[in-house]
Write a protein that binds this ligand. Structure first.
Ligand code: AMP
Length: 404
């Protein structure tokens, strides 16, 4: 059994309602600042229209109140960029101000094979976030198939993700090509990894990553725990952590995870040296600490010895999954460890064909900053959604699609 994809759907002459994630940042002049989310949805849109279908697109955008149209949250700038990206020969009809109702129904009914219709912000309607069945049914009216390609929101049980496919009554409900790719890298690869399989987990809090660590621990050969959360583990081992971030409520859990790893064949590595500062802000004093973090100092990045050891672990890996920066990568020089690991992961992909998967959010931003996004097998487009996948959780937006 696998999730049905748009390639399994007969699109010819059909109105295909596609949930995309066009929640892009805008520049000061109101134009689209970064169009990667729009580009990421193009293969699915083009697949539908190339196969004689009509692509009806719906997305959320920003944070409107949910009480009706708000010009500042309209998808109008997105419509303009979408027109540029698909070219002048392609018909793109934007339904400004609404996603359901008379204007939307008329645009959907009047569209011809090969057309694109872009509905306005789903979150103008309160029913989107409350997963309202009647709103879902209204969106599903007048369309013949449903495709979800919005991975970044697939972990949210919103109407366009759940109520719409439920209202489709026997019509095909499938994953788009972007979603298919995310499922492949964040689920299939984890269940069938080529070994050695290494997970790198970093970021701010153990509590945020706990479920992911617990799900990955029995699957991986080695887990590298960096970032602020490493200090809770080091404290549990009795190490000196100075003023580094500590989650007191998680010390027992960290201790249990360390014991679980020791009792199994999994190698759980913590930093053996640290790049320390007196505070997180830029421009302060910096030193490398080898025997724990002394009082008055904070561990803000992995140290050079750890960089070397962890890079060599990554060089030997055949599958790498990475979620969470291993230092305060926003503030140099505490980006050193994260940048070095990004290079090591990219080299493993290039030299040994390792499959490398980077979770969205901060880790994706770090890999982008290293200029290495193209050298990684897959950089996920969803931060929260990719973490949920690493936890082994079922995403509401995936659960409501057909299995074939
Ligand atoms: P997350 O969203 O949980 O992946 O956390 C990412 C954040 O963790 C980034 O903003 C980093 O600056 C922060 N971070 C990583 N390492 C440390 C550290 N050693 N001390 C404080 N913050 C850190």
């Amino acid at each position: 059994m696998r999730t049905r994809t748009v390639k399994d759907v007969d699109c010819k002459g059909r109105r295909v309602l596609i949930r995309v994630d066009f929640n892009v940042p805008l520049a000061e002049d109101g134009s689209v600042l970064d169009d990667r989310r729009i580009s990421a949805a193009l293969p699915t849109i083009q697949h539908v229209i190339a196969h004689g279908g009509i692509a009806i697109l719906m997305s959320h955008f920003g944070r409107p109140a949910g009480t009706g149209p708000e010009p500042s949250c309209s998808l109008r700038p997105v419509a303009a960029r979408l027109r540029e990206l698909v070219g002048s020969g392609q018909n793109v009809n934007f339904v400004e101000g609404s996603c359901v109702g008379e204007a939307a129904s008329a645009a959907i009914a009047g569209a011809q094979a090969g057309d694109i219709v872009l509905l306005d912000n789903l979150r103008f309607e309160a029913g989107e976030k409350s997963n309202d069945a009647a709103f879902g049914a209204a969106l599903a009216t007048g369309v013949d198939a449903y495709v979800n390609d919005a991975f970044g929101t697939a972990h949210r049980a919103h109407a366009s993700m759940v109520a719409v496919p439920h209202a489709m009554a026997g019509a095909p409900c499938a994953a788009g090509l972007l979603l298919e790719k995310e499922i492949h890298f964040l689920s299939d690869v984890l269940h069938n990894p080529t070994r050695p399989f290494v997970a790198v987990l970093g970021g701010a809090k153990v509590s945020d990553k706990l479920a992911a660590i617990e799900n990955l621990l029995p699957k991986v050969d080695t887990v590298l725990v960096g970032g602020a959360m490493a200090y809770t583990f080091l404290h549990a081992q009795g190490g000196a952590i100075g003023e580094s971030l500590l989650e007191r409520g998680m010390v027992e859990v960290a201790d249990r995870l360390l014991k679980e790893a020791a009792a199994s064949d999994v190698e759980l590595l913590l930093p053996t040296d640290h790049l320390c500062g007196t505070g997180i802000e830029a421009g302060g004093e910096v030193r490398t600490c080898e025997l724990g973090v002394p009082p008055g100092w904070m561990g803000l990045d992995i140290g050079p010895e750890t960089v070397e050891r962890w890079s060599s672990v990554l060089h030997k890996a055949k599958t790498i999954v990475w979620n969470g920066p291993v230092g305060v990568f926003e503030t140099p020089p505490f980006d050193t460890g994260t940048m070095a690991l990004a290079r090591a992961a990219a080299e493993a992909t290039k030299k040994h064909k390792a499959v490398t998967v980077v979770g969205g959010g901060e880790t994706a931003a770090a890999v982008e900053r290293a200029g290495l996004a193209d050298a990684i097998s897959h950089v996920s487009t969803g931060g929260g959604a990719s973490l949920r996948m690493l936890e082994g959780a079922e995403l509401p937006g995936l659960a409501s699609l057909d299995r074939v």
